[in-house]
Design a binder for this molecule. Structure first.
Ligand code: NAD
Length: 374
């Protein structure tokens, strides 16, 4: 067991505060790490609620002020688990005190704000990472590896959907997810994961054409200014084409996403409800084997799998966060963290291009977004 401690401070105690604190606790149990994470401090605006959460999550102390957490001398990594509209200010303050930063996705609620966060970590030169946790599932990581190995040939098409029913009921009261300035959009909240996987697996996106719908425009007597369901066509710099859909009004769809790549020599498909599997069709195989095979991404030869349970036991959502924490701690303190906030900014540019395209009803080039803010 490593003796050197790394002090962790978690800003926010909701779903992600729980997932991240769990991940730091579990990471040393699944991987031999050079440092020992110590959950020192958690911040939240409601003293009673944050204290109860900290007790449940195994965090030593709490504060009502995230600035006190950022400035605490015992904190090495500031882990940002609050709504997107709050991220940039917290990231910038953490970087200014020389702290490493892990920020939940999307990086911010707008491209401009995301750029502020990236400028701050660039200036400070601190290790920084964005929480695209799904990359760390064995099957998703294997999909990327197989694309890089040429197992589908050149990528021709990329398609991805992320469906949930969390906004379907019009009586759900207003909260930060319905407020664009705080929560960003459905495009950036759900879509950020898909866009990240697209850029990672198929390269840069040049242009987008999107449409958006908001079916319930008022909640708790407040105007909803985010999209509830959006879809987009995209063109990759490589010449590949793509289709995306992100929607939170899909009945009986809890958190269903899938990603598919069709290449000149094969197809790969990941479907989250069956997250330990990867579908693969190899066009170079004997025609007698025509179709898609199921790969069980649990073999010791697959990414992350050997660190976990014996083959056949399967992993879940939590493993993506544990793998994320372990990857970051393993590289501490040298940095070299991946994906970093620059990646978050590239994703944000594509999301913002989709938002603009839907608003203006026209194709929008991703470079248009970045060009305006230079
Ligand atoms: N990677 C993933 O799988 C995943 C899943 C869910 C959410 N997220 C992201 O994580 C971040 C947090 O999401 P969550 O689901 O944990 O949210 P949540 O609502 O469960 O928790 C939000 C936390 O932020 C605090 N907070 C600070 N300022 C706030 C404000 N002005 N309004 C409301 N809450 C405020 C809340 O008190 C709470 O502790 C978001 O960026 C979200 O997009 C990522």
């Amino acid at each position: 067991m490593a003796t050197r401690e790394v002090g962790i401070g978690i800003v926010g105690y909701g779903l992600m505060g729980r997932a991240h604190s769990y991940a730091y606790t579990a990471a040393p149990r699944i991987r031999d790490l050079p440092v020992r994470p110590r959950l020192r401090l958690m911040s939240g605006r409601n003293a009673e609620a944050v204290s109860a959460a900290a007790r449940a999550y195994g965090v030593e102390e709490t504060t009502g002020d995230w600035r006190a957490l950022v400035e605490h001398p015992g904190i090495d990594i500031v882990d940002v688990c609050t709504p997107p509209g709050t991220h940039a200010e917290i990231v910038a303050a953490a970087a200014a005190t020389g702290k490493a930063v892990l920020c939940e996705k999307p990086l911010a609620a707008s491209y401009d704000s995301a750029l502020t966060a990236v400028d701050a970590v660039r200036r400070a030169g601190v290790p920084n990472a964005i929480g695209f946790n799904y990359r760390r599932l064995p099957a998703v990581s294997l999909m990327k590896r197989m694309i890089d190995e040429g197992r589908v040939g050149d990528v021709l098409l990329f398609r991805a959907s992320f469906l949930s029913d969390e906004f379907l009921d019009p009586l759900i009261p207003f909260d930060w997810r319905f407020d664009r300035a705080l929560g960003g959009t459905t495009i950036s909240d759900l879509g950020a994961h898909l866009v990240d996987m697209a850029l990672w697996m198929a390269g840069d996106i040049d242009d987008v054409s999107a449409q958006s719908s908001t079916f319930t425009t008022q909640r708790s007597q407040r105007a909803v200014d985010v999209d509830e369901a959006s879809s987009a066509l995209v063109r990759f710099a490589s010449g590949a084409g793509g289709v995306f859909e992100m929607a939170r009004t899909c009945a009986r769809r809890p958190c269903d996403f899938w990603v598919e790549v069709n290449g000149t020599a094969g197809t790969l498909r990941f479907d989250y409800p069956r997250l330990n599997e990867l579908l693969y069709g190899d066009a170079r195989e004997d025609d007698d084997l025509y179709g898609m095979r199921v790969i069980r991404a649990e073999h010791d030869s697959h990414p992350y799998a050997a660190q976990w349970w014996p083959i056949g036991q399967g992993l879940g959502y939590d493993a993506s966060f544990v793998n994320q924490a372990a990857d970051l701690l393993e590289r501490w303190p040298g940095g070299g963290w991946d994906p970093d906030l620059e990646t978050g900014l590239r994703v944000q540019a594509v999301c913002e291009a989709m938002e603009r395209s839907a608003a203006d009803r026209r194709w929008v080039s991703v470079s248009e977004i970045a060009a305006e803010t230079v």
